[in-house]
Design a protein around this ligand. Structure first.
Ligand SMILES: Nc1ncnc2c1ncn2[C@@H]1O[C@H](COP(=O)(O)OS(=O)(=O)O)[C@@H](OP(=O)(O)O)[C@H]1O
Ligand SMILES: Nc1ncnc2c1ncn2[C@@H]1O[C@H](COP(=O)(O)OP(=O)(O)O)[C@@H](O)[C@H]1O
Length: 620
C-alpha cells in the first residue's frame, strides 16, 4: 500500500491524462494497451488501484497528500454503485501519468465505454487499416462526441498488413476527418500504427518514412488539453459539508471554472442566497486562493443553508437554475426507457428524481438521421425533454462539462441506465408558478367532515378490483363519505381514449389517473382507483404524489388460473388465442406489490369480507 502511495506522490506533480480506447479486440486494442503498459515499465492492475483508493480515504483524514484527484473518477463511480466492467490501468512516463479505462468489448460495450468516457480527456479510436471505418467506428465516435471528448487519437492499426501504404492511411484519415467534423470533434491526430510490431507506438518507425507526426505515446505525452477548460468564475458543486464542531462549517468539493479567493462574492444555488468567501482550504491547509481542478473546502461569512448537491459559485458568473431541460440521452438500460417513468438523475453532486417527458426524436448514430420513437432501447440515442422534481443548478454541456453531464439511474436495480448532456433549459420551467388558493384542501376536507384518501386497487384483469371497489364505495357512501370511483375500463373510454396497452401507454395511463386522483383528494374526496397498474415503478410514483398515509395500496391477489377460469369478459380466452396482444399475465407482465397496505387473497376471502377489510383499514 505504501508503495503505491509513494508512487502516486512521485508522479502527482506531472500532468495526468485520462483516456479510453475504442475498438474491438480484433482491431488490436489489447495489444495496444498491453504494449503501452509493458513499455512504460509501470504495470499496476486495478486491484492495486483499489488499494490506493482505500489509502486515499485514510490519507486525507490524516491531512496527508491529496492524490484523490488522481482517483476521483473511480470514487465517483463507486459511489454511484455502477457495477459495470471497466478496468482502470495506470502507467507513467517521465512526462505524464496516465489512466486508461479499459472496457471489455462484449455486448455491454457501449455502457462500459460511456462510463469510461465520462471521465476521460481523450479517446484512442482504433481502426483496422484493411477494413477502414466501420459502423462500430461511427457509433463509438458518436458516443465520444456525445460525452464531450474533444480529442481523438485515430490509430490506424495493422499498417504492416497493407504494406505501410500512405494511400490507404490518407484515405481512412480523410474519411474520419469528415465524420469528426460532423460530430464536432475538434482535435484529431491520426497515427499509422502496427501495435503488434511496435511501429509508431512508442517511437516513430522507419517503416513509415512518409509520416512526420508523433508516435502514439508521444502524442499522449504532449497533447495539450487546456483548451477544454472553462473560463469564467469559480463553481463548486458541494460534495459534502464538513462540520467537525459548532464553530466550523466548510463546504468541500472539486473546484470547476476559475479560481476562488478569500473575500470573493459568492452565491449559493439553487437558493440564490449570497455571501462572501471567508476562508479557502487546500489539501495542506488554509490558502489565499485555489485554482480550478483543486479539491477545496470553503467557509462563508454568513450562515447559509447549503447542503450536498448545491453549487457555490462566483456571484459574477453563476450557472442557471431550472427543473426542465432539453438533453441528448444515450440509453444503456436493459429495460427500455419509457417516457413518464421515474428515474434518478445525478448531475455533479446532486441526485434528484426525474422523468423523460418526451422523446423528441431518436438519432441514428450511423447516419445522424432523426427518427420518431416512443421508447428507447439499449444503445439508442435521442434528443429528449426531461423534467425534475425540483430545480437544480446546471450549465449547458457546451459551456461546462461538470455541470452539464448527467446520468440516469434505475430506481429498482440502482444501475446506471442512461448518460446524457444538457443542451438548454426549457423556457416553461421558470414561468409556471403554483397558484395560491385561499380555500385549501384542509378547508374542503373539513367541510365534508372526512379525511381524504386514495384507495389504490391493483391486480390482474378479473381479479376482482372493480367488484370489491364497488362494494367499498357503497359502504362508504352509506356512512356519509364523499367518494369517487375511477375505474380503468371507464376512464379508458374518456380521458384515456387515446391509449392502448403497450408499456408506454400503460405508464401514461397510470400517470394521468394518478394526477386525477390527486386533484380529487385535493378536493377533499376519498378516491377509489381500480386499474391493473401492473408496474411497480408507476405505483411507487403514484404513492409519492400523495401525503404520507394518504395512499393505501390494495393488492387484489387472485392467481392467474383463477382469473382465467372466471374470464368474465372472455378476454383471457381471446388473449390465449392470440387475438389480444400485450395481455396482462399472458403476454405482458404483472409486477405484484411487495408491501401493500392491504393484501386481499380473493380465493380465501369472499367479496363482502374483502370490502369490509378495506373499510376497516380506512375508517379504523
Ligand atoms: N391487453 C390487455 N391487457 C389488460 N387488460 C386489457 C387488455 N386489453 C383490454 N383490456 C381491458 O382493459 C382493462 C384494463 O385497463 P387498465 O387501464 O386497468 O390497465 S392498466 O392499468 O393500464 O394496465 C381490463 O379491465 P379489468 O378486467 O377491469 O382489469 C380489460 O378489460
Ligand atoms: N372473492 C372474490 N373477490 C372478488 N371477486 C370475486 C371473488 N370471487 C369471485 N369473484 C368474481 O370475479 C370477477 C371479478 O371481476 P372484476 O371485479 O371485474 O375484476 P377486475 O376489475 O379486477 O377486472 C367478478 O365476476 C366477481 O364476482
Amino acid at each position: 500500500m505504501t508503495d503505491i502511495a509513494t508512487y502516486l506522490r512521485q508522479h502527482e506533480a506531472k500532468g495526468l491524462l485520462r483516456f479510453i480506447t475504442c475498438g474491438s479486440v480484433d482491431d488490436g486494442k489489447s495489444t495496444l494497451i498491453g504494449r503501452l503498459l509493458f513499455d512504460s515499465k509501470r504495470l499496476y492492475d486495478d486491484q492495486l488501484a483499489a488499494l490506493a483508493s482505500e489509502s486515499v480515504r485514510f490519507g486525507t483524514q490524516n491531512g496527508e497528500i491529496d492524490y484523490a484527484l488522481l482517483l476521483d473518477g473511480l470514487e465517483a463511480e463507486r459511489e454511484q454503485g455502477i457495477t459495470i466492467d471497466v478496468a482502470y490501468r495506470f502507467f507513467s512516463t517521465d512526462k505524464r501519468s496516465f489512466i486508461v479505462a479499459d472496457c471489455p468489448g462484449h455486448a455491454q460495450y457501449t455502457r462500459n465505454m460511456a462510463t469510461g468516457a465520462s471521465t476521460a480527456d481523450l479517446a484512442v479510436v482504433l481502426v483496422d487499416a484493411r477494413r477502414g471505418l466501420l459502423t462500430q467506428t461511427r457509433r463509438h465516435s458518436y458516443i465520444v462526441s456525445l460525452l464531450g471528448l474533444r480529442h481523438v487519437l485515430l490509430a490506424v492499426n495493422k499498417m504492416d498488413l497493407v504494406d505501410y501504404s500512405q494511400e490507404v492511411f490518407d484515405g481512412i484519415v480523410g474519411e474520419y476527418r469528415k465524420l469528426a467534423a460532423a460530430l464536432g470533434i475538434e482535435h484529431v491526430q491520426a497515427v499509422p500504427l502496427s501495435a503488434l510490431r511496435g511501429d509508431n507506438l512508442i517511437r516513430r518507425s522507419q517503416a513509415t518514412p512518409w509520416y512526420t507526426g508523433p508516435s502514439v505515446l508521444e502524442h499522449l505525452e504532449t497533447v495539450r488539453l487546456d483548451d477544454s477548460a472553462r473560463g469564467g468564475g469559480f463553481r463548486l458543486p458541494v460534495q459534502w459539508v464538513n462540520r467537525p464542531h459548532q464553530n466550523f462549517r466548510g463546504y468541500a468539493g472539486t473546484l470547476g471554472g476559475g479560481s476562488v479567493a478569500k473575500g470573493d462574492a459568492v452565491v449559493a444555488l439553487p437558493s440564490a442566497r449570497r455571501s462572501r468567501i471567508a476562508q479557502v482550504f487546500g489539501p495542506d491547509g488554509e490558502v489565499e486562493r485555489a485554482a480550478p481542478g483543486q479539491a477545496v473546502t470553503l467557509t462563508l461569512a454568513d450562515e447559509l443553508d447549503v447542503s450536498r448537491g448545491d453549487v457555490l459559485c462566483s456571484a459574477d458568473d453563476p450557472p442557471q437554475v431550472a427543473d426542465q431541460f432539453a438533453a441528448h440521452l444515450l440509453w444503456m438500460g436493459d429495460a427500455a426507457l419509457v417516457p413518464g417513468r421515474p428515474y434518478l438523475l445525478r448531475l455533479g453532486t446532486v441526485t434528484v428524481a426525474a422523468q423523460v417527458t418526451e422523446i423528441k426524436h431518436r438519432i441514428d448514430v450511423d447516419t445522424q438521421e432523426h427518427l420518431a420513437a416512443k421508447r428507447l432501447e439499449l444503445n439508442e440515442v435521442a434528443m429528449v425533454n426531461l423534467s425534475l422534481d425540483r430545480a437544480i443548478a446546471f450549465a449547458p454541456y457546451e459551456e461546462d462539462r461538470a455541470l452539464g453531464a448527467f446520468i440516469l439511474i434505475d430506481r429498482t436495480s440502482n444501475a446506471t441506465a442512461g448518460a446524457g448532456r444538457i443542451d438548454f433549459a426549457l423556457r416553461r420551467a421558470g414561468n409556471i408558478h403554483w397558484q395560491h388558493l385561499d380555500v385549501d384542501r384542509a378547508a374542503r376536507a373539513a367541510l365534508k367532515g372526512q379525511q381524504p384518501a386514495c384507495l389504490w386497487f391493483t391486480g390482474l384483469s378479473g381479479s376482482g378490483k372493480s367488484t370489491i371497489a364497488n362494494l367499498v364505495e357503497k359502504r362508504l357512501h352509506a356512512q356519509g363519505c364523499h367518494t369517487y370511483l375511477l375505474d380503468g375500463d371507464n376512464v379508458r373510454h374518456g380521458l384515456n381514449r387515446d391509449l392502448g396497452f403497450t408499456e408506454e401507454d400503460r405508464v401514461e395511463n397510470i400517470r394521468r389517473v394518478t394526477e386525477v386522483a390527486r386533484l380529487m383528494v385535493d378536493a377533499g374526496l376519498i378516491v377509489l382507483v381500480s386499474f391493473i397498474s401492473p408496474y411497480a415503478s408507476e405505483r411507487r410514483t403514484a404513492r409519492e404524489r400523495f401525503a404520507p398515509g394518504e395512499f393505501i395500496e390494495i393488492f387484489v391477489d387472485t392467481p392467474l388460473e383463477v382469473c382465467e377460469a372466471r374470464d368474465v369478459k372472455s378476454l383471457y380466452r381471446r388473449a390465449r388465442a392470440g387475438e389480444i396482444p400485450n395481455f396482462t399475465g399472458i403476454s405482458a407482465p404483472y409486477e405484484a406489490p411487495e408491501s401493500p397496505e392491504l393484501h386481499l387473497r380473493t380465493v380465501e376471502l369472499p367479496t363482502e369480507q374483502a370490502a369490509e377489510r378495506v373499510v376497516a383499514r380506512l375508517l379504523g
